[in-house]
Write a protein that binds this ligand. Structure first.
Ligand code: DMJ
Length: 671
């Protein structure tokens, strides 16, 4: 220790001397040179004690660290501001060759080899921005789901609520999607394509039990629709409960698939109309009695649009996982239909045995049937994370896209399940067997976020084909109608089924397609209305023939005896709904109101239910057929109710796309 003490340097003491500038100047005269100032600072530094120097050095170091931290936190907002302004400067490119009223809503052009392979399932997207959160009456309110908070579902008995921290809460609100009639749809459930879905069972949508906002007032016409629905439901409940269709006159039922078709088709209508008691009762039947493990043949198309579509949309509206489970079950059971040499599905499937086959007399399928199951199967893939459903139906579209035998985008009515080729070439219609092919081209494009350009191209081409080959004007009123073409011969025949077209055209125009489509929609809906108005009962027949030449005492519309039945079909009311939504023109509501009154006058059965009729030309005896089709509840009354509503958020058409059986499914990337 002594050695160490001897070795240590002597302790130096410093005296701090402060020289004032005056003194400095006095000592050496005024000198402001840099060298002098450096020397004087250095001298001052040397005169400081070690402690003082350490304190100063520490302060400098501290300030430097603070400077670095504040620089990095300020740089981020600046960077995003710069990025944003760059984004703002980018312009939307146009799709070459397509005449579009609003190119800004369309996808960027893609290479020539772009095809259905670029479907959203194969190209993961970023989760979309949440849609506008609507403030409004509770039963229509769009609310923020809180993923991190376990919310009570409609059927929960206990509720566990954990409040998230504030910041987290705000973030969840940002990502909110849709709560509707009390149901909350989780963001990823309503907008993601299948590929980006995690491969685990879809969680049920949550429901917030307390909906405190005012309900949207129901107007008089909507009340009349509710009354009509209740009357129809009474007949079904009393005489056909759990069976496919009501026979209201004989107070019995008919079976088609034996799967409670009317009940399933009507589920989401009850939800939309706010018929909670009826809905709960029907739900119980689905939970306890709906069994798909049955040795029955079902038609692939009909069971997809009515059962799978009905279950999926009810799942979305109610958030009740029961409906998704049932949808998965039926979806899986329908898959054997795709096991054909061409992958064009067979028309019929035995859902118990897992076998499929074409109709007995042919190996053909109907074109509309194989191309109008896509919205449902694609959505099932998105919800389950299993892309097999989407792959099967996309393959069909891809194949049909490449087929020859089309006439300016118009397709024949049949396709062979062995060869995969169109058959019965040369006949083109927008009616039975082809109708919803056109409808689903547009709707799939919308469902997938307007990215699948081949669908849009086929749709645009087909509408040009309609204009070129099928449009004519009748006499005397010069009504624009869509006829048929058979081996080069035009026929002035138009099915009531074609009346889906004005609505579809209007939907396309709303989504940015050419305004010409809207003009055509306006002309065609007038024609569809006249198909009712020019008939004695004010109800349209199944098929009309238009007069191409004026004849004294003749109207535009002629009806053949075999075609004068009315099956309570929805197509005209469906199109009236779209037209009213997009134009706000009250005449469309008035036309729908007339139609509802005529249904009440000629098809209502006093003991419950409505019936198809055989003769729309005989008001004194319209000849009831004793059958209420499931689509009367699934579609006709639903579209009536929506038509009479002034609330665009009652199934917002920028968030939902209706399948061909009027079951709303979410648009994956809402506008
Ligand atoms: C419904 O099953 C569907 O609307 C289908 O697209 C056509 N036929 C009936 C209604 O008319």
């Amino acid at each position: 220790a002594a050695a160490a003490a001897a070795a240590s340097p002597p302790r130096r003491d410093f005296i701090s001397v402060t020289l004032s500038p005056e003194e400095a100047v006095g000592a050496g005269g005024y000198n402001n040179s840099k060298a002098w100032r450096r020397r004087s600072c250095w001298r001052k530094w040397k005169q400081l004690s070690r402690l003082q120097r350490s304190v100063i050095l520490f302060l400098f170091a501290f300030l430097a660290v603070c400077g670095v931290i504040s620089y990095t936190s300020m740089a981020e907002p600046w960077k995003s501001l710069t990025d944003k302004s760059l984004d703002d400067q980018r312009t939307e490119p146009e799709i070459p060759g397509l005449k579009l009223a609003n190119p800004a809503v369309l996808p960027a052009p893609q290479k020539a080899d772009t095809n259905l392979g670029d479907d959203p399932a194969l190209s993961p997207q970023k989760p979309p921005k949440p849609p506008h959160v609507r403030r409004g009456p509770s039963n229509l309110q769009i609310k923020a789901p809180r993923k991190d908070v376990r919310l009570k579902t409609r059927h929960d008995t206990s509720r566990v609520v954990e409040e998230p921290v504030q910041a987290d809460k705000e973030e969840k609100t940002e990502k909110s999607i849709i709560s509707w009639r009390g149901a909350v749809i989780e963001p990823d459930q309503s907008t993601e394509p299948p590929s980006s879905k995690i491969k685990e069972p879809e969680k049920p949508s949550s429901v917030e039990a307390e909906d405190q906002k005012e309900p949207v007032p129901i107007n008089e016409r909507q009340t009349a629709v509710i009354e009509a629905f209740r009357h129809a439901w009474k007949g079904y409940k009393d005489f056909a409960w759990g069976h496919d269709e009501l026979k209201p006159l004989s107070k019995s039922y008919s079976e088609w698939f034996g799967l409670g078709l009317t009940l399933i088709d009507a589920l989401d209508t009850m939800w939309i109309l706010g018929l909670k008691e009826e809905f709960e009762e029907a739900r119980k039947w689905v939970a306890n009695d709906l069994v798909f493990d049955k040795n029955v043949d079902v038609n692939l198309f009909e069971s997809t649009i009515r059962i799978l579509g009905g279950l999926l949309s009810t799942y979305h509206l109610s958030g009740d996982s029961l409906f998704l489970e049932k949808a998965k079950d039926i979806g899986n059971r329908l898959m054997p239909a795709f096991k054909t040499p061409s992958k064009i599905p067979y028309s019929d499937v035995n859902i118990g045995r897992g076998t499929a086959h074409p109709p007995r007399w042919t190996s053909d399928s109907t074109v509309a049937e194989v191309t109008s199951i896509q919205l449902e199967f694609r959505e099932l893939s998105r919800l389950t994370g299993d892309d097999k459903f989407q792959k099967a139906v996309d393959e069909v579209m891809k194949h049909v896209h490449t087929l020859s035998g089309k006439n300016d985008g118009l397709v024949p009515m049949f396709i062979n399940t062995n060869s995969g080729q169109f058959t019965h070439l040369g006949v083109y219609t927008l009616g039975a067997r082809a109708d919803s092919y056109y409808e689903y081209l547009l709707k799939q494009w919308i469902q997938g976020g307007k990215k699948e350009n081949e669908l849009l191209e086929d749709y645009m081409r087909a509408i040009e084909g309609v204009k070129k080959h099928l449009l004519q004007r009748s006499q005397p009123k010069k009504l624009t109608f869509v006829g048929e073409l058979a081996h080069g011969h035009f026929s002035a025949k138009m099915d009531h089924l074609v009346c889906f077209l004005p609505g579809t055209l209007a939907l396309g125009a709303h989504n940015g397609l050419t305004a010409d489509h809207m003009k055509l929609a306006e002309a065609l809906i007038e024609t569809c209305y006249q198909m009712y108005a020019q008939v004695e009962t004010g109800l349209s027949p199944e098929i009309v023939h238009f007069n191409l030449h004026a004849q004294k005492g003749h109207k535009d519309v002629e009806i053949k005896p075999a075609d004068r039945h009315n099956l309570l079909r929805p197509e005209t009311v469906e199109s009236l709904f779209y037209m009213y939504r997009f134009t706000g023109d009250k005449k469309y509501q008035d036309w729908g109101w007339e139609i509802l009154q005529n249904f009440n006058k000629y098809t209502r059965v006093p003991t419950g239910g409505y019936t198809s009729i055989n003769n729309v030309q005989n008001p004194s005896n319209p000849e009831p057929r004793d059958k209420m089709e499931s689509f009367f509840l699934g579609e006709t009354l639903k579209y009536m109710f929506l038509l009479f509503s002034d609330d665009i958020d009652l199934i917002n058409l920028d968030k939902y796309v209706f399948n061909t059986e009027a079951h709303p499914l979410p648009i994956w990337v809402p506008a």
